[in-house]
Design a protein around this ligand. Structure first.
Ligand code: URA
Length: 227
C-alpha cells in the first residue's frame, strides 16, 4: 500500500510540480512508481465490435482517416479513461493518446498506481477530425453506440472524462470543465469524474494540482464501488 502523502508527492513530481517540504521531512519522493450488418452494436462481442468500428463509414471522417482508433488497455479494467478524438499521431498509429498529451496521461495514471495496460482508454470519436478540429455533434452521435458498447463490456467502476469534449458529450452538458470537475457525476450508474485534458495541462501546468484532486476523487469513488 502506497502512503497517500508519498503518492501525492510522486504525482506532483511526475507532473513537473516542485514539492516544497520542511527540511526535516525532505526525503526523496517515492516514485512508484456502428452498426454491423449482422447484429445491432449492443449485441456485438469485443472482436465483432472492433471489426465493426474498423469498417465504419457512418460519418465523413471515414474518408480522411488513416485508420480507426478503437481503444487500448484492459478489457476488464476498473478504470476507463475517455478523451476526445484521435490526433495526427493516434491516426497514424491506431492507438489513443500516444502523442505528447499521451505521455502526460501516462504520468497521471502512473501517479495513481495505474497504467495504460491496467485501464481502458477510448475516445468520443474513433476517427481523427481533420486539422484537429472539434468533433461535430453528428459525428459524436454516430460514434456513441460504439463507446457505449465498450463501456457495457468493460464494466468499469470509474470513468474519467478528460477534457471538455469528453465531459460535455458523455454528460450531455454544456458546462465548462472548470464547473464539471471536482465532483461525482453518474453515467448509467457508473461514477464519472471530469478532469482537465492532458494537452491542456501541458499548456497550463498550474492546473495540475486541481487535476490531482480530481484523480484522488476518482480513486476514492472507484474504491467505494470495489468494496
Ligand atoms: N487527445 C485525445 O483526446 N485523444 C487522443 O487519443 C489523443 C489526444
Amino acid at each position: 500500500m502506497i502512503h497517500p502523502e508519498h503518492q501525492r508527492r510522486a504525482y506532483l513530481q511526475a507532473m513537473g510540480i516542485d514539492v516544497w517540504l520542511p527540511r526535516e521531512a525532505a526525503e526523496p519522493a517515492v516514485v512508484e512508481s456502428p452498426v454491423s450488418n449482422v447484429a445491432p452494436v449492443h449485441d456485438l462481442d469485443w472482436d465483432e465490435l472492433r471489426q465493426c468500428v474498423a469498417d465504419c463509414t457512418r460519418c465523413e471522417l471515414a474518408a480522411s482517416r488513416t485508420q480507426t482508433v478503437f481503444g487500448v488497455g484492459n478489457r476488464n479494467a476498473e478504470w476507463m479513461i475517455i478523451g476526445e478524438a484521435p490526433g495526427a499521431e493516434e491516426d497514424r498509429r491506431g492507438e489513443p493518446f500516444v502523442g505528447r498529451a499521451g505521455k502526460m496521461l501516462d504520468e497521471m495514471l502512473r501517479a495513481i498506481g495505474q497504467s495504460r495496460e491496467s485501464v481502458f482508454i477510448a475516445n468520443i470519436l474513433k476517427c481523427r477530425p481533420p486539422n484537429n478540429r472539434d468533433p461535430k455533434p453528428a459525428e459524436a452521435a454516430e460514434c456513441r453506440g460504439y463507446l457505449e458498447r465498450q463501456i457495457a463490456m468493460v464494466k468499469p467502476n470509474i470513468i474519467l472524462a478528460v477534457g471538455r469534449i469528453a465531459a460535455q458529450n458523455l454528460l450531455a452538458s454544456d458546462e465548462p470543465v472548470g464547473r464539471m470537475r471536482g465532483r461525482r457525476h453518474d453515467l448509467n450508474g457508473i461514477p464519472l469524474v471530469v478532469t482537465y485534458h492532458p494537452a491542456y495541462l501541458l499548456r497550463s501546468p498550474s492546473q495540475k494540482r486541481k487535476s490531482w484532486r480530481d484523480l484522488c476523487l476518482a480513486k476514492a469513488l472507484s474504491m467505494e464501488v470495489a468494496t
